[in-house]
Design a protein around this ligand. Structure first.
Ligand code: ZN
Length: 97
């Protein structure tokens, strides 16, 4: 996405766009919004496409709090991954709708 690649920088790990589903619908939406703020990021079809096209995001886009050796399942790019924060984020989004 941003041109970073593990072959150039070994400290970088790539993460594939999550597979959209009922359990991670919000997370997919946030990933899509982060990567494509000017596109149809809220569309489930668009999100599905990102997954199918193997869109990847490198570890630079995630706060260090999102890792515990591996990326947390709930991790969202650009967001600190404390559970409370994710909950706040969810509340903020729901209130907008
Ligand atoms: Zn990147």
């Amino acid at each position: 996405m941003c041109g970073s690649s593990p072959s150039k920088d070994s400290s970088i790990t790539l993460y594939r766009f999550p597979k959209p589903g009922t359990r991670n619908a919000l997370r997919c939406e946030l990933w899509a919004k982060y990567c494509f703020p000017n596109e149809a990021w809220s569309s489930p079809k668009f999100q599905e496409e990102l997954h199918l096209k193997h869109k990847m995001l490198c570890s630079k886009h995630f706060e260090s709090t999102c890792f515990n050796e591996k990326l947390f399942r709930t991790a969202v790019p650009g967001v600190q991954c404390y559970k409370e924060n994710l909950q706040l984020l969810i509340n903020a989004i729901w209130h907008k709708m």
